[in-house]
Design a protein around this ligand. Structure first.
Ligand code: ADP
Ligand code: K
Ligand code: ZN
Length: 437
């Protein structure tokens, strides 16, 4: 199989100094361009800023943040810097956290997005000769077309299978000898059950070798499970519609954090309360500025995603710094009995327990003025649901392990395999019913 190690060595392996020079040049262009958009023109003028005030990267902090609400307020066209006849595509964010927002692309934007995705494929050892099954929702969601264009650019045979239709997915993998998949983590887990139902053992019956998992938070335990079950190497994929979609940050062969393509995105990690930068290695909110976007540049966009910059150099030699797996969005965090918890912490505990199956959710209620956390957990089909004593013990074991990690004792409910609602899109892990009764 032909192996390309880097799609664009010149951009991927430049020196840190060269990278920063390139950033600076592109940053100034971006700022000048942003002035052309109705939104930024107004915002900058209100702050008394003019383009000549921004002389380099060191002036970044003089520029205001852009928030999801700003995007909503200027919906649909307020961020455009080109006339509408220059646009060739739009995507609408899936609206996981409220009203949707729109993102527009010129022809050049589509090309540079595909270029970033092409790098991601090659960086993880995929190339011509591979068969890529893209099990991501196509359409308004950026995951489908984002991966699709990148794969075709590299020259990888691409099956646009889309989300859902699980049995057919497995059948396609068998028929065409799929080697590379892109899938949302919760769906990768769900498909394990389907393989079992169909009597398919991926390690023996399929040809898979690489999986790209992203679009929602997942723990290292889920990576391990997916790798072991399918016999693949799993690489974390991060992106958001506001920054094109997937291809913002991606793991390399070393699987030790996600390289953020810093020639295309300027990154800051800030304390979401003080809005001041945090030191490398400290968790904060990721803030991104587009450096190479024509139709709709965004400046200091607050992603609400929590992560940290991983200090030090990756053994692969790319100077593009790495971020750690996303812990969740700042609004995913919930507080129960005074303890701050992210769903991913619950997942980490659950997925390390062999009897735990492929789905779970967290339900918060208030009873007699006391907050109660219930964790509903699917068991694997190896657990006999008829054996009450065994179930009781398993419930206690899960509760105990959650308690020791979270310092809160949850109620645990066991559910048969496939017993919890789960769709094709992003998993809903948290149901907060407090204050709703
Ligand atoms: P929506 O905001 O409606 O979910 P997007 O498709 O733009 O629509 O989703 C982007 C968001 O998905 C990111 O801001 C982040 O919260 C989440 N996300 C994407 N990739 C990952 C990943 N690898 N790990 C964790 N979360 C991710
Ligand atoms: K988003
Ligand atoms: Zn690397």
């Amino acid at each position: 199989m032909a192996q390309i190690k880097a799609w664009n060595p010149e951009r991927e392996f430049l020196t840190r100094d060269e990278l920063i020079n390139l950033q600076e040049e592109r940053f100034l262009k971006t700022v000048a361009r942003a002035w052309e958009s109705p939104f930024y023109r107004k915002k900058f003028s209100e702050l008394g800023l003019s383009p000549s005030d921004i002389k380099g990267l060191s002036d970044l902090s003089r520029l205001p943040f852009t928030t999801k609400d700003d995007l909503r307020s200027a919906y649909p066209y307020g961020f455009l810097t080109v006339s509408r006849d220059r646009l060739v595509r739009l995507h609408v964010s899936s609206g996981t956290t409220g009203r949707a927002t729109a993102v527009f692309y010129t022809r050049r934007d589509i090309d540079s997005w595909a270029e970033l995705m092409a790098r991601c494929f090659c960086m993880t050892g995929a190339g011509p000769g591979d068969v890529f099954q893209n099990m991501s929702g196509y359409g308004l969601f950026t995951g489908g077309l984002g991966f699709h264009y990148g794969a075709e650019k590299v020259g990888i045979l691409t099956i646009p299978s889309g989300a859902g239709n699980s049995k057919r997915q497995i059948q396609l993998m068998k028929d065409f000898g799929t080697t590379v998949i892109h899938v949302i983590p919760s769906y990768a887990l769900r498909l394990m059950d389907v393989c079992q139902e169909m009597g398919v053992n991926p390690r023996e019956d399929l040809n898979l070798r690489i999986g790209y998992l992203g679009a929602e938070p997942y723990s290292e335990e889920v990576r391990q499970r997916v790798q072991n079950f399918y016999g693949i190497r799993v690489y974390n994929s991060y992106g958001l519609s506001e920054m094109n979609g997937p291809g913002v940050a991606f793991e390399c062969l070393y699987q030790s954090g996600l390289h953020l393509w810093e020639d295309a995105y300027l990154m800051e990690v800030i304390d979401p309360d003080t809005l001041e930068p945090v030191p490398d290695g400290t968790i904060g909110e990721l803030v991104l500025t587009t450096l190479d976007r024509e139709g709709m540049p965004l400046i200091r966009y607050r992603t609400r995603d929590l992560t940290r910059i991983i200090p030090g150099q990756c053994p692969c030699g790319r100077p593009h710094r790495r971020i750690d797996r996303i812990q969740g969005r700042s609004d995913d965090m919930f507080i129960i009995k005074g303890v701050n918890i992210f769903p991913i912490q619950v997942e980490q505990v659950l997925m390390a327990i062999p009897e735990v199956g492929s789905n779970y959710r967290i339900v918060l209620t208030r009873e007699d003025n006391l907050d109660q956390m219930t964790v509903q957990v699917e068991v694997t089909d190896r657990v006999f649901i008829e054996d009450m004593r065994h179930l009781h013990k398993l419930r206690e074991k899960i509760a105990k392990e959650l308690k020791s990690e979270l310092l809160v004792t949850p109620r645990v409910e066991l559910v048969e395999p496939n017993g919890l609602p789960g769709g094709e899109g992003k998993a809903v892990r948290l149901i907060d019913l407090r204050g709703k009764s």
